[in-house]
Design a protein around this ligand. Structure first.
Ligand SMILES: Cc1cc2nc3c(=O)[nH]c(=O)nc-3n(C[C@H](O)[C@H](O)[C@H](O)COP(=O)(O)OP(=O)(O)OC[C@H]3O[C@@H](n4cnc5c(N)ncnc54)[C@H](O)[C@@H]3O)c2cc1C
Length: 347
């Protein structure tokens, strides 16, 4: 069934910024706080309110906590059938609330859940959705939302508007926007909503949940990342990358070329189609610096690049560049750190 575009709507009826929050077993996904941070900036510019919608079961405490991030309203949809994320139940309940509240902007995390939910919500509301935005601004001329995202394989940045329909909807990748600050003083209000859910609405059922191993990896929040690319030549090269990451208490990242070669799991991929990171220190080892990789790491505070080609594009954006063989350079760095640590232990 094709979605119907909402025609001839009165744009003036739509007000304020809404964030669709995400929780798993009561734990709020960090992207929710990032969206609140960005949503607050937009709401301030528009001189409008910011609200959050969160759905689940027994989530009052999590919903209450969201008020500590300076939002005006938190609506929490509570129902036994919302215990786990089930597309139809979540999409129908949240869409009903959005139809009633008529926000002008809706922000959703580009997580696996958000990527499933976002298009369904926009179809139900008969409006557009810009996926994977990296920048959001308000046009000073007419208060429209300018939604910027990489296009054509990341070779250009496209700014998209939704001129005739509301809400203006965007998904934003985790780790891109700055988190809202926690504040002790609560000024907003909490409102519980019990959606009416018809079990017959369900088309997809959840049969089993399996936790993925390696959930400890948290690239998006890592302070130090040592990342390996095709220049490592083989899987074994990641042993050195892991060793340096361990020495520095950091995490292991990778380029897509290294992931595609099967040298490391996709969860380590940094870039446009991987994780967006902004650590204090990013060490790129044998990575050329393709635009799609840079899209996910160029906001790092300090970038160190090791590459044997002095003309590699990564050198244009790094703070410290080392031209040399990645194996030789990494072995020297690891040896130096280990010796320094030993010296400190003896003192
Ligand atoms: C739609 C789309 C999305 C994409 N998304 C991503 C993404 O999310 N993340 C991502 O990383 N890529 C992504 N890519 C792929 C991207 O375009 C590049 O192909 C990829 O980043 C290249 O990885 P690399 O730098 O490891 O490999 P290469 O580009 O092959 O670079 C290897 C580098 O290693 C150096 N080198 C070789 N041997 C040595 C040595 N002995 N010592 C030191 N240096 C050495 C070489 O000089 C070279 O610069 C995407 C592409 C497309 C089209």
């Amino acid at each position: 069934m094709r979605a119907k575009v909402n025609q001839n709507i009165n744009l003036n009826e739509y007000n304020g910024v809404f964030v669709i929050g995400e929780q798993f077993e009561g734990k709020i996904h960090p992207v929710t706080i990032e969206l609140i941070g960005e949503g607050k900036k937009l709401a301030k510019q528009l001189k409008k309110e910011i609200s959050v919608i969160i759905a689940g079961n027994n989530i009052e405490k999590s919903a209450q906590n969201l008020l500590n991030y300076g939002v005006n309203k938190v609506y929490y949809l509570e129902h036994i059938l919302l215990t786990d994320y089930i597309t139809d139940f979540y999409a129908n309940s949240i869409a009903e609330l959005l139809k009633e509240k008529k926000p002008e902007i809706v922000l959703i995390g580009a997580t696996s859940i958000g990527r499933d939910l976002g298009p369904r919500l926009s179809a139900k509301l008969g409006t557009g959705l810009t996926a994977d935005c990296t920048k959001l601004e308000i046009d000073e001329k007419d208060n429209k939302l300018l939604q910027t995202r990489p296009a054509f394989g990341g070779n250009l940045m496209a700014t998209i508007i939704c001129p005739k329909n509301r809400p203006q909807m965007s998904t934003v990748r985790p780790g891109v926007m700055e988190k809202a600050k926690y504040q002790e003083v609560i000024e907003g209000q909490l409102e519980k909503i019990t959606p009416i859910i018809d079990k017959k609405e369900i088309r997809v059922n959840l049969l089993k949940k399996e936790k993925q191993e390696n959930t400890k990896l948290n690239l998006a929040d890592a302070k130090i990342i040592v990342a390996g690319g095709r220049g490592l030549k083989e899987k074994k090269g990641f042993e050195l990358i892991e060793k340096l990451a361990r020495c520095l208490n950091g995490e292991v990242g990778a380029s897509r070329a290294a992931v595609d070669a099967g040298w490391i799991n996709y969860t380590h991929q940094v870039g446009q189609t991987g994780t967006t990171v902004h650590p204090d220190l990013y060490i790129a080892c044998g990575i050329s610096g393709a635009i799609q990789h840079l899209a996910g790491m160029q906001e790092s505070k300090y970038i160190v690049a090791i590459n044997k080609d002095p003309n590699a594009p990564i050198f244009k954006i790094c703070d410290f560049g080392i031209v040399g063989d990645v194996y030789e350079v990494l072995s020297t760095i690891i040896k130096t750190i280990e010796e320094k640590k030993k010296g400190e232990e003896l003192q």
